[in-house]
Design a protein around this ligand. Sequence first.
Ligand code: UT7
Length: 317
Amino acid sequence: MFTRILGTGSYLPEQVRTNADLERMVETSNEWILERTGISERRIAAPDETAASMGAIAAKRAIEAANVDVSEIDLVICATTSSQNAFPSTACEISGMLGISDCPAFDLAAACSGFSYAYALAHSMILSGQSKKVLIVAADLMSRACDPNDRTTIVLFGDGASACILGQSDTEGTIAVHMSADAKYGPLLSLPYPKRGEKSENDWLYMKGNDVFKHAVTVLASLVSKTLEKGNIKPEQLDFLVPHQANMRIIAATARKLKLDMSQVIVTLDKQGNTSAPSVGLALDEGIRSGRIKRGDILLLESFGGGFTWGSALIRY
Ligand code: UT7
């Protein structure tokens, strides 16, 4: 038995925040942001939007693309660290919005590795016979987690959601998955839950950018090699790298490691910034809907984030 992607979807809020907008908010420049990150603009959720409302739209689009009925979905996983409530979870809220009932649903917190973790878990649930069609959703509102006065983080992040239906298949789709974490680096990238009844400046997202950058490059280089080895695929067999969108220099370093031309890398970072959990799914959906990624192509999805966590999926689409 195998698993394969039946359909993907995504959602981005309407409001665009450009580098020029950020120049008016904090002491920064378009040149600095472009040169150090590769980001030109990012999307910002409207006040009434939530991880669940954005995730439900992305999920609907994935369900349509997969041409499945909601009654066929037998597991809902939502990767997020932006849930409105501890419970009901965002996954439960999304199930309700889509009319999915009597079906397990839960959230998964793996920061920027959320989509890769959810994909690996969905794959395992299908292989174990627990599920047949899994709705994977990833949604985050990172713009609300960043101190609007902190130039080291506010320029990096944006909001959005992505989704994917993973189904049982007779032919190979998913070739290999990998997940890992190392808690000793946790303090370098953190987002505390606000204390009940008080708001303090320590509630914002904290990142020691340069240290995270160095670890990300090293960990991702080893992750992509390990995943290819596990799947018995050579780098030259890859059609596309679908990376986490945190920094253009990190993406380029991973592409160089794999000896891939940048035309084989799906980049959404310039228009979306770092959206955290949904980022890999947003890039995957963009690659598929733009027609660049075609059925039969071999894709390597990879991500790295707070925890530290990292994960990957090697897929024949
Ligand atoms: O998605 C989860 C994983 N996250 C990542 O992978 C992100 C990893 N980190 C990065 O992408 C990069 O480290 C950043 C883009 C966050 C920062 O780039 P950097 O090249 O590592 O810069 P830096 O942190 O070493 O800062 C260089 C200088 C500092 O000034 P001094 O100390 O050299 O005078 C910063 O204060 O740039 C300054 N700086 C800024 N200047 C203008 C920091 N942020 C800004 C800004 N505008 N927005």
